[in-house]
Design a protein around this ligand. Structure first.
Ligand code: PRP
Length: 214
């Protein structure tokens, strides 16, 4: 099985877009959705697919448990791992933003910020010259300002519906986020026909889609 390629894919809602893109370049992994298995083998491509939490894909790739993977730019910015970011896949587009209740100036004394992205948030406020206290949370971040735990949140905005439904507004955009194709540095150096082909096909597909956008 040494000539197999292991790819780490994000479970959950990012999976569909990532799998859809891979299908357009000839790799169909979509029937995995029917199952709860976490490692799936596709002998027809010599590819093994690992399904991991989006935040963990980069870890599997950094340690070489997967040769490559699909990870959000948010996770890459937050974790600063030793992986190569090869192609911007331009899928699962969203952005990181600062949000909070309307008409609430940032408190002058150590405002509190709730986030799943403590590194990105502290860097952002440091650059703004604001001294803040970061409160790390694992999800449902929008709850924090609603019940008075924090002054602001730093979180992903996709459709904006979660902010709207909870009466929150966006104060600043921090960074655009899309999914990236990432590769373990050793796997990249050793190279393999399957990996090379996947990179080439993905790059060509993205260039094609960009071309048809203009
Ligand atoms: C993400 C993010 C926001 C929401 C944004 O949460 O953290 O809460 O999606 O999407 P929207 O702009 O389309 O409403 P997710 O659903 O991943 O769950 P979580 O709150 O448990 O992190």
């Amino acid at each position: 099985m040494n000539n197999w390629l292991t790819i780490a894919m994000p479970k959950g809602r990012i999976f569909d877009e990532a799998a859809g893109l891979l299908r357009t370049i000839g790799y169909d992994f979509t029937h995995v959705e029917q199952s709860r298995k976490l490692v799936l083998e596709f002998p027809e491509y010599n590819i093994r697919v690992m399904l991991a939490k989006p935040m963990d894909v980069v870890t599997y790739v950094e340690y070489g448990a997967a040769d490559c993977g699909i990870a959000g730019k948010d996770v890459l910015l937050e974790q600063n791992r030793d992986v190569y970011e090869i192609v911007d896949l331009n899928i699962s587009a969203c952005y990181l933003a600062v949000a909070g209740l309307p008409n609430q100036p940032l408190s002058k004394i150590a405002p509190k910020i709730a986030t799943k992205y403590p590194h990105i948030a502290s860097e952002y406020f440091r650059e703004q010259g604001e001294q803040v206290e970061i409160i790390p949370l694992n999800g449902s971040i929008e709850l924090a300002p609603l019940i008075g735990l924090t002054d602001r949140i730093v979180d992903i905005v996709s459709t904006g519906q979660t902010l709207r439904d909870n009466g929150l507004i966006e104060y600043e955009k921090i960074a655009r986020v899309t999914s990236r194709f990432i590769v373990n540095p050793v796997s990249y150096r050793l190279s393999s026909p399957i990996l090379d082909n996947m990179i080439e096909q993905l790059s060509a597909q993205i260039a094609l889609e960009k071309g048809s956008d203009v």
